[in-house]
Structures are given as C-alpha cells and as structure tokens.
Design a protein around this ligand. Structure first.
Ligand code: G3P
Length: 220
C-alpha cells in the first residue's frame, strides 16, 4: 500500500518525505488555501522536487473545456503531476479525453462505488473515495473501500483506490486490510503510524537499564 501525504504545506511534506516511506502527495483547493499558496505553478514544482511520486493538482474549472485547459497546463509543470478532477458529468468527459492523451488522472470526491466504476471506465489512474466525510454523515466510509475493491477485482480494473479523508490510524489499518492501493493522510496520521505508548515506555526502560549497566561497569 502506498503512503501519500494530504497537504500543500511544504514543511509537512519535507518532514514526511524525510521518513523515506512517502510515495506521493495529494492537494486540493482547500489545502492550497490553508497553505496560503499564491504562485500555484512554483508551489506544485516545489512539491514535485520534494517527493519522487505522483502529486495530485486539482482543477477548479467545472466545464469540460476549462478542465481540459487546466489539466493540459498542469502537466507541463512536472512529469509527476496527476490531474485531480471532480466526479461530475463534465469531469467524466474530461477524464476520458485527457486519459486518452496519456494524462494521469485522480478522480476526486467519490462517495459511492458506482462513481468509482464510472471514473475507472473513463480512464482515471486513481479514484479518491472520501472515508471520513462519509463517517461524518453517519455512513460507513470503510464499506465504500471494500465495495470498490470488490468491483475492481471482479473486472480486473487496474485503476488504483486512493483512500482519502483519512482521519486516524484505524482508518489506515482498515484500508490496508481492505486492499486499498494508496492511502493519503495528513501528517498527524503519518506520525500516528509510528507511535505506540508501549514502544515509548519500552525504549525508556531499555535506555534506563543500559545506563544502569554502564554505571555499574564504570564503578568496577
Ligand atoms: O484531499 C481530499 C481529502 O483527503 C480531504 O479530507 O479531511 O478534508 O475530509 P478531509
């Protein structure tokens, strides 16, 4: 399972990349606004220079021609740019056209399995089901990952499931068990993958015992 970071914050991306297990980055207009980005091209280029993997850059047009124009422009920034297109009628048409040109597409805002099937048929490289936002409205976000996995496996569909709106590491565990291809997560969830209180207390004990032994050896 690939690990992507879901942020436009360069410091967070740098920190996650330093771990050596980061496979890509996803951004969206809200994350770009939160990071206070003013020069989009330069910012995407910086991200691509930090991480050797696909970087999703989202279009803001909602009409077919506009999405094509933005998508074709975004891919000139760096070969790793993946064009993120929303699951809307004009988006599906644009995915078909851009995918035929060889553009990598991440179809976003997926909330049911049939939307994922449509995006895959149109030629998307990734579909992004939003787990946390379904949980937020009282639905089972993880069931969506299971259903898409079943459908894609039924038909040998190679489009990758990119689980998004991941809020905690139980989502992450469930995604790994469900066979999600990619999980994109905020830095807080990346940190939580590593941490366990028993790891910390166990390490403290090892270090304390080692220090005690060193003292004993010194006094001999
Ligand atoms: O990038 C899309 C998705 O991951 C957003 O997550 O937390 O805003 O629902 P969230």
């Amino acid at each position: 399972m690939k690990f992507f970071i879901d942020t436009a914050d360069l410091n967070e991306i740098r920190e996650a990349a330093a771990l050596g297990v980061l496979d890509g980055v996803t951004t969206n207009p809200s994350l770009m606004a939160k990071a206070g980005v003013t020069d989009f091209r330069t910012h995407y280029l910086r991200i691509c220079e930090l991480v050797d993997g696909d970087v999703s850059a989202e279009v803001i047009s909602t009409d077919y021609e506009g999405i094509l124009r933005e998508g074709r422009d975004l891919i000139t920034i760096h070969p790793n740019i993946t064009v993120k297109i929303p699951m809307i009628r004009e988006g599906v048409k644009a995915i078909r056209t851009l995918a035929a040109e060889g553009v990598k597409i991440n179809c976003t805002l997926i909330f049911n399995p049939i939307q994922a099937l449509v995006a895959a048929k149109a030629g998307a490289k990734y579909v992004s089901p939003f787990i946390g936002r379904l949980d937020d409205i009282g639905q089972d976000g993880m069931q969506l990952i299971h259903d898409i996995r079943d459908i894609f496996d039924n038909y040998g569909i190679e489009t990758q499931i990119l689980a998004a709106s991941v809020r905690h590491n139980q989502h992450l565990l469930a995604c790994a068990l469900a066979g999600s291809d990619v999980v994109t997560m905020p830095l807080s969830v990346i940190d939580s993958m590593i941490k366990h209180p028993l790891t910390d207390s166990g390490l403290q004990k090892f270090l304390a015992d080692h220090a005690k032994l060193t003292e004993q050896l010194k006094s001999k």
